[in-house]
Design a protein around this ligand. Structure first.
Ligand code: MG
Ligand code: ZN
Length: 476
């Protein structure tokens, strides 16, 4: 007889609902071996069942049946678990014994499987994973909201629009990049940026443009020789802003296009406002608010780019930008409790490790003095008379002899990539940060959720389940 069978004894039965639940399992598993009479058992089972079913009913009434008016989906592109752990350690207060939790840690609810459609193997790109998250369908790498036969798929943003909600995206990449594109447009290839930009203007749902608010980068794709989409958007009644200040000054509750860079926004480390994602998120919510609610996609796009670049300081700055946006959204849900926020990553990037090369050490304290991106530092290094002093000032730590030799060995005509790589090697050696790839990896990612309906996003799920749950919460 196992422990569950002992729990089935009558004297132990009515202590609390948890015991009853366990007892039911025990009774089912041990019915032939149990010494309890059938009569008593039947009574107990009936009572237990009615208690359990009333519990389930209460739970579903309070949690499962209430649908959010507004849904905000946040994707941190490339943010595998090593990034969230690294960020917690990076932010740690060294004067306390514990490692303090981040705003993300407090709302963790599950994890998600990221693999794409079978034909693309085990490692997804951002287009296939964004399509999984936006439509609930696994597809091939490179696909923008189309299936493996290149047929267009309805996205949760489309559904929200059909239902009369407002819709928007706020991202730190160009707004036609794979992740936001997979919520608004359909295209067989993520690389067709101009076509995707055209469809942002040309596609209609209920005779309306697909997205009411679009904030991010992308002048290059919207102001072209063959077509000026900014002017076309304005002609259709959209407000336009090309700086954060202009965006904040716009009238609220209006269709809005905001483009703040030629392609993606500057790195958080280089941006005059390193908290740019929370600026965009706040302005998006203000433009989208209305009685029927809205669907907003927020993307911390450049966690992925820092991962591809194997730039740990850049990655931590992008994480800080994301955390700030999440703190804004936590406040937003406090004052707008009929809102659901779901945060996940589409995949992990760079194969980041905390500790490397057999050494049990990670030293994030050397990252806090790095005030600009490696790209920017590298672009100025070769003009310096005293490269070592310049680099020490930019990185905020003293260079080891090995690092000094490596800098001296960079040829004067070295390509930017070579200079950047040398600087990143110095940072990685100082902090003992590891990377296994300049691309993506196939591991599961975390899922975070808060607000109305957040209890649907518990446990390990497929990335497609996230879209399915959002479709159900939106309704038909
Ligand atoms: Mg992306
Ligand atoms: Zn990527």
């Amino acid at each position: 007889m196992n422990k569950a069978c002992h729990l089935a004894k009558p004297s132990r039965l009515f202590l609390n609902s948890v015991a009853i639940g366990l007892a039911l399992i025990g009774l089912a598993a041990c019915s032939s071996a149990s010494s309890v009479s059938h009569h008593v058992k039947d009574q107990e089972q009936q009572q237990s069942k009615s208690l359990l079913s009333s519990q389930v009913a209460t739970q579903s009434a309070t949690q499962h049946d209430v649908k959010p008016t507004t849904i905000i989906m946040v994707i941190a592109d490339g943010m595998g678990p090593a990034f969230t752990t690294a960020y917690r350690n990076y932010k740690d207060n060294p004067d306390t014994a514990v490692v303090e939790l981040t705003a993300l840690d407090k709302v963790l609810t599950g994890s998600a499987r990221t693999y794409p459609a079978k034909q693309s193997g085990w490692v997804t790109d951002s287009a296939a994973s964004a399509t999984a998250l936006s439509t609930g369908i696994k597809t091939y790498n490179g696909a923008i909201a189309v299936d493996i036969n290149k047929q267009p798929l309805e996205t949760v943003l489309h559904r929200a629009k059909k239902l009369g909600k407002k819709t928007g995206v706020a991202v730190t990449s160009q707004i036609v990049h794979a992740t936001p594109a997979s919520y608004i447009a359909h295209n067989e290839s993520r690389r067709n940026y101009n076509q995707i930009a055209d469809s942002f203007l040309d596609d209609r749902i209920n005779n309306q443009l697909v997205a009411d608010v679009m904030l991010g980068g992308g002048w290059e794709y919207f102001i072209r020789d063959d077509r000026n989409l900014v002017n076309e958007f304005k002609a259709l009644g959209y407000q336009y802003a090309d700086s954060y200040e202009a965006l904040a000054g716009l009238e609220k509750g209006k269709p809005t296009l905001g483009l703040f860079a030629n392609v993606g926004l500057p790195w958080a480390l280089d941006d005059p406002n390193p908290k740019r994602l929370s600026v965009l998120t706040e302005q998006a919510t203000k433009q989208l608010e209305n009685p029927k609610g809205f669907f907003l996609l927020v993307e911390a796009s450049q966690v992925d780019w820092a991962g591809h670049a194997n730039d740990i300081a850049g990655a931590m700055a992008e994480m800080a930008d994301l955390e700030h946006a999440i703190i804004y959204l936590q406040d937003y849900v406090e004052t707008n409790p009929d809102t659901l926020v779901v945060l996940t990553a589409d995949h992990s990037t760079g194969g980041l490790t905390i500790g490397a090369k057999g050494e049990y050490r990670w030293s994030p304290e050397f990252l806090t003095g790095i005030s600009r991106s490696v790209q920017t530092i590298a672009s100025q290094l070769m003009q310096q008379d005293d490269k070592v002093s310049f680099l020490e000032a930019q990185l905020g730590f003293v260079l080891e002899d090995q690092a000094k030799n490596d800098i001296a060995a960079i040829p004067l005509d070295a390509k930017p990539r070579t200079i950047e790589a040398a600087i990143k090697l110095i940072i990685d050696a100082k902090t003992n940060t590891g990377w296994t790839t300049s691309g993506h990896t196939g591991i599961d990612v975390e899922v975070y959720s808060f607000g109305t309906g957040a209890d649907h996003f518990k446990g390990n799920m497929n990335n497609t389940d996230i879209a399915d749950k959002i479709f159900r919460l939106l309704g038909q």
